[in-house]
Write a protein that binds this ligand. Sequence first.
Ligand SMILES: Cc1cc2nc3c(=O)[nH]c(=O)nc-3n(C[C@H](O)[C@H](O)[C@H](O)COP(=O)(O)O)c2cc1C
Length: 150
Amino acid sequence: MPTLLIVHHTPSPNCQAMFEAVVSGATAPEIEGVRVVRRAALSATAADVLDADGFLLGTPANLGYMSGALKHFFDQIYYPCLDTTKGRPFGYYVHGGNDVTGAVRGIESVTTGLGWRRAAEAVTVTGEPDKAALERCWELGATIAAGLAD
Ligand SMILES: Cc1cc2nc3c(=O)[nH]c(=O)nc-3n(C[C@H](O)[C@H](O)[C@H](O)COP(=O)(O)O)c2cc1C
């Protein structure tokens, strides 16, 4: 069964709301035959990544970059996974206070290095996520999961 790995750093209720919406989309009942694995970024391992067929990443913007937790994840898995995971689909969401540009740039850069294929528009939100923002998160989760089910 294809596996979707969700790697997230979730330090606040606003990030939690986005994470839950992404999980809800990824585990929608109409998407059958995909195993969804969730890992906090500080506990995700290279083995988790090697075992997965696609990825969803979630982070706050911190100090003009992705969170240290997601950066730590990439630092750990980059070389162990570089040879094997090229071409695998991924998507991501970023929550920020006012400017997520650096976090987006960082994620695009490292995933380009890994050779992962972005399979959905990134979802970026500043401030409290409204209904439309949470729907975009749901769509993000559903899109990546449905792509693995095909
Ligand atoms: C140390 C620190 C640095 C931050 N840097 C940024 C930043 O560079 N850009 C931004 O948009 N938000 C920044 N934020 C805000 C966080 O992204 C925000 O607190 C996080 O997404 C959680 O959202 P919430 O506080 O609205 O629940 C920062 C927050 C902290 C604690």
